[in-house]
Unconditional design. Structure first.
Length: 388
């Protein structure tokens, strides 16, 4: 009976995802937000009807879903895309990270938080939500310079966030020295890049030599699962591994689009369960713990992304109609920030409760309001640039 209930629950979740997809098409609301809100309503903060044995699959589902997303985003980092949008991708992503660090750290320090705590929270605020961003871009149906640049930014954004967070940990806790934290970050990031290249090179040779359909679909799934499994086994960055694998295939495969198309065809069922369970497990009660400093943290992150997006876009030489919209489009925040918060809490137990409260609360806010803003930005730019 337990397994029967498990199957029934999965069936209901998939059909709920179908309903969210259709409602999103009819209303232009992001299906990500609809799934998250539905998850909240049936999860711990709502009706609490998700069986425990289904909720326990969240970590496994999220690993597969995020690996697929990172693989697809890595495929956008082709030579052609980098030649055309590389300057904008790097200037905007770096400008937003630096603006977030400076503005959030300064603002929270002025409100009375310890400078070390403010810096840690600012470094956590640099993280974005690759899964939500990728799905909103896909749902919009818009393919132009703006969305191509967004995909590139999201693909490398978490790599910058990992570097910044590692440096922040060292600066706040200099007692342990630079070597221990930076060597760990170097392994996490560098090891992931090496692993992605090792997996991507033979995959690039194989891709395009098989007929489209079931053989190629098995190949694409195999690549994604190998990337996820080896990354977990070697304890390197899952997202960077999958992104690098996708980038290598995208640049060197004979018919690189085929593998990415196959992943696009099968990823949505995983994304449905991922977003529904993410919503069901969101700790909405964390919003009650926010004081003025917590509200300020959320507002400072929004402001820093707006400012950083404008500065980076101007330096990157993007068309003037796109300049004000990169910051709003990059508001979503998700699980990567929670992971950073857990690490920071373990390193600084005296600040653990504050860090977790701020991060969880801001994640709830940006998970829900971020995707609609991203979609609005994409559609606004599309209307202003119809010939793109």
């Amino acid at each position: 009976m337990e397994f029967a209930g498990f199957l029934v629950t999965l069936g209901v979740l998939f059909l709920a995802g179908l309903a969210a997809d259709q409602l999103g098409r009819a209303t232009r609301l992001p299906r990500v937000t609809l799934l998250l809100l539905l998850g909240v309503s049936i999860g711990d903060a709502g009706l609490n009807v998700i069986p425990d044995d289904v909720a326990q699959w969240f970590d496994e589902v999220s690993i597969v879903a995020l690996t697929m997303v990172a693989f697809l985003l890595g495929g956008s980092l082709t030579r052609k895309n980098l030649i055309r949008h590389g300057l904008a991708i790097f200037t905007i992503s770096i400008a937003i990270v630096l603006a977030t660090l400076v503005i959030v750290t300064t603002g929270l320090s002025l409100l009375g938080l310890a400078s070390g705590l403010a810096l840690l929270l600012a470094s956590i605020a640099t993280a974005t939500a690759p899964a939500a961003m990728a799905d909103v871009i896909h749902q919009s149906g818009v393919k132009n310079d703006f969305t191509d640049t967004l995909k590139g930014i999201v693909a490398i954004d978490d790599a910058w966030g990992l570097i910044v967070f590692s440096v922040a940990l060292v600066l706040v806790d200099q007692a342990n020295g630079w070597s221990s934290v930076l060597s760990g970050a170097a392994w996490d990031l560098g090891g992931a890049i090496v692993l992605g290249c090792v997996l991507g090179a033979p995959s690039a040779y194989l891709t395009g030599r098989l007929k489209p359909g079931e053989p190629l679909q098995a190949e694409a799934i195999g690549i994604v699962f190998l990337a996820a499994g080896f990354a977990l086994w070697l304890e390197v960055s899952l997202l960077v591994t999958a992104m690098t694998t996708g980038a290598v295939i995208g640049n060197f495969a004979r018919h690189h689009d085929r593998a990415f198309h196959e992943i696009e065809h099968i990823q949505w069922p995983f994304m449905i369960v991922f977003f529904l369970l993410a919503g069901a497990l969101l700790e909405v009660d964390a919003l009650k713990l926010l004081g003025w400093a917590g509200v300020a943290f959320i507002l400072l992150r929004i402001f820093s992304r707006l400012i950083g997006g404008v500065i980076g876009a101007r330096l990157g030489g993007v068309p003037h109609q796109e300049v004000p919209w990169y910051g709003p489009a990059l508001l979503p925040q998700a699980g990567v920030a929670i992971g950073m918060a857990l690490v920071a809490g373990e390193r600084f137990p005296e600040w653990a409760s504050t860090i977790m409260a701020f991060t969880i609360a801001s994640t709830v806010v940006f998970e829900i309001i971020g995707p609609p803003v991203t979609l609005a930005a994409i559609l606004k730019v599309s209307k202003q640039s119809p010939k793109q």
